[in-house]
Structures are given as structure tokens and as C-alpha cells.
Design a protein around this ligand. Structure first.
Ligand SMILES: Cc1cc2nc3c(=O)[nH]c(=O)nc-3n(C[C@H](O)[C@H](O)[C@H](O)COP(=O)(O)OP(=O)(O)OC[C@H]3O[C@@H](n4cnc5c(N)ncnc54)[C@H](O)[C@@H]3O)c2cc1C
Length: 397
């Protein structure tokens, strides 16, 4: 088969895939339980990835990454997505936070948190969502930070701070300018997780996995130096947006990797399971599962690559990003669902990765903004063209 991608990129994708199949997939259950055994397994596999030169590939060379161009890394994420553990093993889980710190951090902040993070020595987390108010509308957040002398004093309650239980620091979204306009009230402040008053209340049991890594955190008079402010006061929304844009492309490519793994399993099973006089692959309904899934994967892939190209050219591509978030999350569910169906009872057992993938796929419609919020945003932005007596051109940025 001939690929549209360069031979060099295909070779790298092949190398990453072989590494994931050989080193990560056999350990993914252990790693994803987030216990001491998982941490040790993760460290050892990260070391191997570094030795093979495939760790933190998409981060700039000047901060210690592999320096792969953005579009190349988009295609690498499609491979990394085959296994959630691979995202950690290959240092991709820090991509959003590393990009954020690289863009907005001071030289001291970079020294303390960015470079060790890119080297895989420490993990980040981000605390935005709060149980008491709607996370889909971050202007409602209630956590406060007040400057007292040379220190920020933070009080509040967050939840779903992913990886807070393994992180060295959390970048916390808090109100520092209560009297400012809605989108200028919040700032980002870096809080080391060993700061007194930073209390992990619990790792929230969720449908996604046994160990879990989504934490409820209380900030009880947490004091950090005023130098821990990231960017400027009131710049929280701008920073959050910059953090999420390219990150959503990576997410969507990784979802495609998950969908592709489920698709592979579905095709292999269909070609081997015999029922009612023929293989499942000979049944028209199963053929439709395969054709529909392949079409959805390819549609989501093309949408995502189109959005990535616009981002690569320096545009925000807000409509495209929202589209791939909603469409990508939907097809991820559909493909895994069909793969489970083709496996019959085996599909709902833990003997294949499908049941875990199915549970996790459900998250995708909620995190990074619920589908409904993105859907409203697509329509609002498109209708604006017509309100201004113009029309929407999909080729527009
Ligand atoms: C697996 C996972 C990991 C996460 N990781 C993090 C993390 O690391 N850090 C962090 O800060 N947060 C994280 N979150 C939280 C996530 O960002 C929020 O759950 C999300 O923003 C939605 O906020 P909410 O849960 O408060 O739901 P709400 O805001 O209460 O919304 C509930 C529902 O209301 C509907 N809705 C909301 N607004 C609209 C609208 N405008 N139009 C129509 N319907 C609407 C949607 O159906 C939505 O699902 C994570 C969540 C999950 C599931």
C-alpha cells in the first residue's frame, strides 16, 4: 500500500507503533491503575522511549523535545492514540501544559516546571472545573486568589483535576480580578502539589478505570509566591484557550487511533468467526458495520487534518476545532460500539480492550467542553456570517 505521507514520517509512525505494540500494550492495564506498580512500569517504559528517541517528539527542541513539526506530530498522535497508556509513555500527556508554559512562563517558571516536565521527570495537572458551578461556563468559577504581600492566597474547591494524584503541580484557574469584565476576572496560578493547604480529597471513582486519576481538590488558604502567576493578571481565559486549541487536534487524532484499534479488532473478528453457514465478514449487516466505521473514521480524519492545517497556518480555526471535537467524539463511540457487537459476549469481557475503550469513549463527549457547547458555538459563529449579509465558506479560517 502506498501512503500519502512522506516515507520518513511513515517510518517514524511505524517505529512508534511497533514500540507501543511491544512495550506499552502489554503493560497498559498496570500503568492505567495509577498505583506504585503502574508508576514504576511507566517510568521504565518512558526510559525506553527516550532511548529510542521517540519521547516528547512534538515539543520544540529548545525546551528539550524532539522538535517534530506540528503536522507531523498530528499524524504521530493518530498512532499514539491506540493506547491511552502510550500517551503517558511517550510524553504526550504534557503537550498542552508544556506549550502553555513555553508560551506564557517566565524563565524561572520554565526552569522549575517546564524543562523537568518535558524530560518526563514531573507531571502537570490543570484545575479549572468546580463541582458547585457549571464547568461548561468557566466565567462562573468561584475559586479565589488574593494577593497578600508577596504571596497569592488561594481558596476554593475543584474537581476532575486529571492527574493531580501524580502531578508535581496544578495550574489553577482562579478569580483574581472580581470587578473586571466576565472574561477578564480569572488568572492562572501555578501551585506545587506539596504546598500546605493543597488537599486531594479523593480520587473520584469513575466509569473509566479501576485506579482512576481524576481528583477532587480543596485549596485551603494555599499560599504561593506572587511569581507563580502564569502570564498576566486577568489573562486566564486567553491562556486556557491557547492551551486547548492545538491540544484538541491531538485529542481528536488520538481518538482516531482508538477508533482504528477497535476497527482492526472488528475486522479480524469478522474474518474469523463462523455462524449460520458463513463467516461474519460475509454477512451484509456486518459489512455495513465495517463500511460505516471506515467512512466515519475517514471523515473524522479529514476534518481533523483540515483543522490542523488551519492551526498550522496560524489561525484559530474555532469552527473546525468545534466540529472535530463533536464529530470525533461521536464516531469514536460508534466504532467501538460496533466492534463490541461483532465480538458478541466476548466484546463485553475484559478479555479484549474494547469494554475499557467504550467506557472511556463516553468521557470524550464531556471533557474539553461538552458537545452541546461546541455545537452551539459552531452554529453561532456560522450564523454570524449571514447576520453580516455574507455567507459561510468552509474554506474560511
Ligand atoms: C474524563 C474527564 C477529565 C477531565 N479533566 C479535567 C481536568 O483535568 N481539569 C479540569 O479542570 N476539568 C476536567 N474535566 C471537567 C470537564 O472540563 C467538565 O466536566 C466540562 O467542562 C463540563 O462541565 P461540568 O461537568 O460542570 O458540566 P456542566 O457545565 O454542568 O454541564 C452539564 C451538561 O449541560 C449541558 N450544557 C451545558 N452548557 C450548555 C449549553 N450552552 N447548551 C446546551 N447544553 C449545555 C451539556 O449537556 C453538559 O454536558 C474533566 C472531565 C472528564 C469527564
Amino acid at each position: 500500500m502506498t501512503s500519502q505521507l512522506s516515507a520518513q514520517l511513515e517510518e517514524l509512525r511505524g517505529k512508534v507503533r511497533a514500540f507501543i505494540d511491544r512495550e506499552v500494550i502489554p503493560l497498559e492495564d498496570v500503568i492505567e491503575e495509577w498505583g506504585p506498580e503502574g508508576e514504576a512500569a511507566l517510568k521504565s517504559v518512558q526510559e525506553k522511549a527516550k532511548q529510542e528517541g521517540i519521547f516528547a517528539l512534538g515539543l520544540p527542541k529548545e525546551i528539550g523535545g524532539g522538535g517534530l513539526p506540528f503536522m507531523d506530530y498530528v499524524y504521530i498522535n493518530e498512532i499514539i492514540g491506540r493506547s491511552e497508556a502510550a500517551m503517558y509513555a511517550l510524553g504526550t500527556h504534557t503537550a498542552q501544559d508544556s506549550t502553555m508554559l513555553n508560551m506564557f512562563g517566565t524563565p524561572e517558571q520554565k526552569e522549575k516546571w517546564l524543562y523537568p516536565m518535558v524530560r518526563g521527570e514531573i507531571s502537570p495537572s490543570v484545575g479549572l472545573t468546580e463541582p458547585e458551578v457549571a464547568g461548561s461556563d468557566p466565567t462562573l468559577i468561584e475559586t479565589t486568589a488574593v494577593l497578600d504581600g508577596d504571596e497569592w492566597v488561594i481558596n476554593g474547591h475543584k474537581w476532575f483535576t486529571t492527574n493531580a494524584n501524580i502531578a508535581a503541580f496544578t495550574t489553577v484557574f482562579c478569580v483574581t480580578e472580581p470587578d473586571a469584565a466576565r472574561h477578564k476576572r480569572a488568572s492562572m496560578i501555578i501551585v506545587p502539589t506539596n504546598t500546605p493547604g493543597y488537599e486531594i480529597v479523593r480520587v473520584i471513582p469513575t466509569m473509566g478505570g479501576k485506579g482512576g486519576n481524576h481528583c477532587e481538590v480543596r485549596y485551603n488558604n494555599v499560599r504561593v509566591p506572587k511569581e507563580n502567576l502564569l502570564g498576566s493578571r486577568g489573562e486566564g481565559f486567553v491562556i486556557a484557550q491557547k492551551r486547548l486549541g492545538p491540544g484538541r487536534i491531538y485529542h481528536c487524532m488520538r481518538w482516531l487511533g482508538q477508533a482504528q484499534r477497535a476497527f482492526d479488532l472488528m475486522c479480524e473478528r469478522a474474518l474469523n468467526r463462523y455462524s449460520h453457514g458463513s463467516l461474519l465478514s460475509d454477512k451484509q449487516m456486518i459489512q455495513k458495520f465495517i463500511a460505516d466505521s471506515a467512512t466515519e473514521i475517514q471523515t473524522a480524519r479529514l476534518l481533523t487534518i483540515e483543522a490542523a492545517k488551519k492551526i498550522d497556518e496560524g489561525h484559530d480555526a474555532r469552527v473546525d476545532i468545534a466540529m472535530i471535537k463533536v464529530y470525533g467524539a461521536g464516531i469514536l463511540h460508534n466504532v467501538i460500539d460496533r466492534a463490541i457487537q461483532v465480538h458478541g459476549a466476548l466484546g463485553v469481557t475484559e478479555d479484549t480492550p474494547l469494554e475499557k475503550m467504550y467506557r472511556r469513549a463516553r468521557y470524550a463527549r464531556i471533557y474539553d467542553g461538552p458537545d452541546e457547547v461546541h455545537t452551539v458555538s459552531i452554529s453561532r459563529r456560522i450564523l454570524k456570517y449571514y447576520q453580516q449579509e455574507s455567507y459561510w465558506n468552509p474554506a474560511d479560517f
